[in-house]
Ligand binder design. Sequence first.
Ligand SMILES: [Zn+2]
Length: 253
Amino acid sequence: MLSRREFLRGMLAGGTLLLAGERVFAASGRTLYCPILMYHYVSTPPNTANATLRDLAVVPELFAAQLDHLAEQGYQTVTMTTLYRALLGEALLPAKPCVLTFDDGHWDAMAIATPNLLAREMVGTFYVVKNFIGAPDKLSWGHVQEMARLGMEIGCHSAAHVNLTQLTYRQQLDDIARASDAIAEHIDSYPRTFCYPFGLHNRSTRRILRQLGYQTAVTTSHSTLHHRENRLVLGRVRVRGGMSPEALVRLLT
Ligand SMILES: [Zn+2]
């Protein structure tokens, strides 16, 4: 239930809101500003790393500086669940919201990202790949459980991390359902946000996500504005290795 003040703020935020019993609904969809940052590694790449890997890796000191600068600039982190509720008109976002997402379930999600977020009272959304869990340099199920316990949001990034558009409907359903069930078994809550491997999806993928009860899904295309009609194709902001905190914040405006 929204307080009267929150309700009025929602009205001022641009949506025409209807009060229906105890709940408030947005009568028409709103476009919301909420950059969804896309991280992969937040650790120092090995000396043998190629250019692609280096581009995906933000070293820990730079990651910490980026978080500090985001906070200094007034950004407040929210989860994908909160963004979803805001898109439906059921929640309000802070004035400068952002979602921090981390793809692929690398070991540094637990060892580096999570403590840095907790130290700043921030939250992150971690998209894990079922078949990667427990592999060398990846998270274990124990890590995933601990991160969920610490308040981090766990999303699904498929079971096999393949191009889903090359699979049949049945194969896609099998992959996504297996990954979702495994997450649900380990953290006692079914994932509600999905990340398409390589950002690729088709009508079958989106239909399966709706059938399985997914609320949101993210791609790799660039956007900072979202609408509830687009909630299964939400664009993100790619954070590149070596990107200064100032350059990052400039990308968000
Ligand atoms: Zn991935």
